[in-house]
Design a protein around this ligand. Structure first.
Ligand code: SF4
Length: 200
């Protein structure tokens, strides 16, 4: 499996930039327990250490400070100065080649509320006129991009059954993670992937 960093990466892409190689892992692995699909069993464990995102996505979030503050509960820091780490890192998988991490508290990422839900996701779902505020790689998880390769993110491997995989596991990633694949791939690219996997 791919070697991971302390936090999941983020990458911002648009329709014209979706040119990833695809790891063989994505053909070989399946979810360990198909009754515990990520969307059903998620309790926010994957958000415990925060996430990396690009500087343009950080700026997009900061353009929506007031509505984010209004959505936050009492355990979340309302001061935007406390939302992002000071240090940045060079990483070509991010738009502009620079990554910045969200801060995390004892509850996890600053954007995670007490109920284990991401306020950026809640806002985007509530108001379709808003831009997508949830970081790209959060939406992509349990897939990830490392050095322009789309692959499996083992961030929760062995910790949460909902995002743990095994070789030839009972529910293939290609069958169960269509939403996540379509975060990174165009529908045509995903169709080609399914065909390659013998799923068409
Ligand atoms: S931004 Fe939202 S989805 Fe991403 S790590 Fe933070 S709480 Fe989780």
């Amino acid at each position: 499996m791919a070697t991971r960093r302390k936090k999941r990466a983020d990458v911002d892409v648009n329709e014209d930039e979706r040119h990833y190689t695809v790891s063989e892992e994505l053909f070989e692995y399946g979810l360990a327990d198909p009754d515990q699909l990520p969307a059903k069993a998620c309790d926010g464990y994957c958000c415990k250490s925060g996430v990396f995102l690009s500087l343009p996505h950080r700026d997009l979030i900061l353009e929506h400070v007031e509505i984010i503050q209004a959505e936050m509960d009492d355990i979340q820091p309302k001061d935007p100065e406390e939302w992002f780490e000071e240090e940045t890192e060079k990483d070509e998988d991010f738009q502009g080649g620079i990554a910045i991490g969200t801060e995390a508290t004892d509850n996890g990422c600053v954007f995670l509320n007490a109920a284990g839900r991401c306020v950026l996701q809640i806002l985007t779902m509530k108001d379709p006129s808003l831009p997508q505020l949830k970081p790209f790689f959060c939406r992509l998880f349990p897939l990830t991009v490392v050095d322009r390769e789309l692959t499996y993110d083992d961030h929760c491997e062995g910790e949460m059954v909902c995002c743990s995989v095994e070789e030839e596991g009972p529910a293939s990633l290609i069958d169960t993670c269509e939403y996540e694949f379509l975060v990174a791939l165009t529908p045509k690219q995903f169709d080609e992937l399914k065909e390659r996997a013998g799923h068409n």
